[in-house]
Design a protein around this ligand. Structure first.
Ligand SMILES: C[S@@+](CC[C@H](N)C(=O)[O-])C[C@H]1O[C@@H](n2cnc3c(N)ncnc32)[C@H](O)[C@@H]1O
Length: 486
């Protein structure tokens, strides 16, 4: 059966690609082969190359031991780079192109794609995937840039044009474009970014055009509302409320032979409990940095715990009931028995004052069934020189506990800096989430390794499309491409 080529733009650590790469047909053969991933970040590229090496070894039935030895830190990169592993790495490396996509590099990128896809006459059906970067559209990015004159001229608004250029020039049968929800409300000058992108997609310079479909609402393109393009990951077996805009583009000459398809919802959510409770417990490491005011922190904690345990909790919400099949599927997808222990699962350092806050907040969260507000903390735990309680307080939402019996809040690339937002629900562990826990909330398989420092690892995890969601999208795309071959 046909293996369909994929080209991945703004590939990040490869979350979107991972899902597509895992799709198999009914005979068990892989449906897609990634011919090129384009990405400018050095560490994300290293992650992409390593993952592509792993896939190459799986597909060629090569020896996987060196891969596992490397990701478990048992052997160095130099020592594994021989034999099957080296051959797989050389092949993988040739498909990852580190480059800043933009007008300046178009000639080089175009000729790489041309070389990868082969002569135009011989090209079959293939798919373009990827998400132009989102800072410029994201709500957080925008609020920081209010009144900034350079904002309207920011080239990141227009990086989607690189995507459009490749669509126009190489005309894949299908494309998948992911972006943040803020894209729907983003404006540059008086124009809506989203409408501009949609109309650009309908008339590309080469004359080719695409029908834009929703993967979650079964309606004719002209009847779709912008919100119909939002995919809520928690409805599809991902333990995280990640809401993203995803467009499915079908080249207009093949739309007639491709009935609309939407993703099947899972039988219920996958909760934080299902995702991370089985991870080995960890104690946070204490940083040497001292809080501004020296206190007897163990005593402060003890008193605060007594105080919160005495509080009456009247309306504790019902825990969310996890979907049985959804949890089974999620576990099967992540599970890796060849690892002796979870990788990239080390606690971060925290100041003693924050550890006490985490401990008390996580305990409060257990009582409330939801994350407490910072103002719910006993006053002894408010920050020194605090303005908590004033209308403009910046502190109220600075801390957030993830809740056992619900999907997590969105894992963002900022997680590298915002440990306070990702407090582990177990009060006894009193810490923020590890890279592996964040990766699990993003549905990365346990054997997926992120290169770079811990900050860079977090950054990559938060940037990605959840692979388990992208696998479902990949399944739809593979079915469509197969039916075009028939
Ligand atoms: C949201 S992430 C993509 C995530 C990816 N689709 C996944 O599922 O893992 C966007 C990526 O675009 C990259 N990027 C931003 N501007 C770029 C440019 N001009 N050329 C190439 N890559 C770029 C960033 O480094 C980042 O990794």
């Amino acid at each position: 059966m046909e293996v369909f080529p994929v080209i991945d733009l703004f590939a990040g650590p490869g979350g979107l690609n991972e899902g597509f790469s895992s799709v198999r047909d009914e005979r068990g053969d892989f449906a897609f082969q990634t011919l090129a991933s384009f990405e400018m970040d050095t560490f994300a590229c290293q992650t992409l190359r390593l993952r592509a090496t792993y896939r190459e070894l799986v597909r060629s039935e090569g020896d996987l031991r060196p891969y596992f030895d490397y990701i478990e830190g048992k052997r160095t990169w130099q020592s594994v780079l021989t034999g099957d592993f080296k051959r797989a790495y050389e092949t993988a490396k040739a498909h990852v192109y580190q480059v800043e996509l933009g007008e300046r590099n178009r000639p080089a990128v175009d000729s790489f794609i041309e070389q990868q896809l082969g002569p135009e006459k011989e090209r079959g059906h293939w798919a373009l995937i990827g998400g132009p970067p989102c800072q410029a559209y994201s709500l957080a990015g925008r609020s920081r840039r209010t009144g900034d004159e350079l904002f309207a001229a920011d080239h990141k608004h227009f990086l989607y044009r690189e995507y459009l250029h490749i669509l126009s020039k190489f005309m894949p049968s299908i494309f998948v474009m992911e972006n943040v929800k803020g894209l729907l409300s983003s404006k540059v000058g008086d124009s809506s970014m989203f409408q501009t992108i949609l109309s650009d997609l309908k008339r590309l310079p080469s004359g080719v055009s695409y029908e834009i479909r929703s993967l979650v609402v079964d309606a004719a393109p002209q009847d779709l509302e912008p919100s119909d393009f939002i995919i809520r990951s928690e409805n599809y077996g991902v333990p995280q409320k990640r809401h993203r805009v995803i467009l499915l583009g079908v080249r207009s000459d093949v739309t007639g032979s491709l009935p609309r398809r939407v993703l099947n919802k899972a039988d219920g959510p996958v909760t934080v409990r299902a995702a991370i409770q089985t991870m080995p417990g960890l104690q946070a490491r204490m940083s040497k940095r001292q809080p501004t005011i020296d206190r007897d922190w163990p005593a402060v904690q003890k008193e605060a715990l007594v105080e919160v345990r005495l509080r009456d909790v009247e309306s504790k919400p019902e825990p969310v009931k996890a979907g049985t099949l959804a949890v089974d599927e999620y576990e099967a997808w992540l599970h890796e028995e060849r690892l002796s222990a979870p990788i990239q699962h080390q606690p971060r350092m925290h100041m003693v004052s924050d550890l006490v806050r985490y401990r008390v907040m996580a305990e409060l969260a257990e009582h409330l069934g939801k994350s407490p507000k910072y103002t719910d903390l006993p006053t002894s735990l408010h920050p020194e020189h605090s303005n908590v309680g004033k209308a403009s307080t910046p502190f109220t939402d600075r801390f957030r506990v993830q809740i056992w019996d619900a999907p997590a809040t969105t894992v963002v690339s900022h997680i590298a800096k915002d440990g306070h937002y990702y407090i582990h629900p177990d009060p006894k562990q009193a810490r923020s989430l590890t890279v592996r826990e964040a990766a699990r909330l993003q549905s990365f398989p346990d054997n997926y390794f992120f290169e770079g420092s811990r900050t860079q690892q977090f950054h990559q995890v938060g940037n990605a499309v959840p692979p388990l969601l992208s696998r479902q999208i990949g399944n739809v795309v593979a079915d469509m491409l197969r039916s075009l071959e028939e």
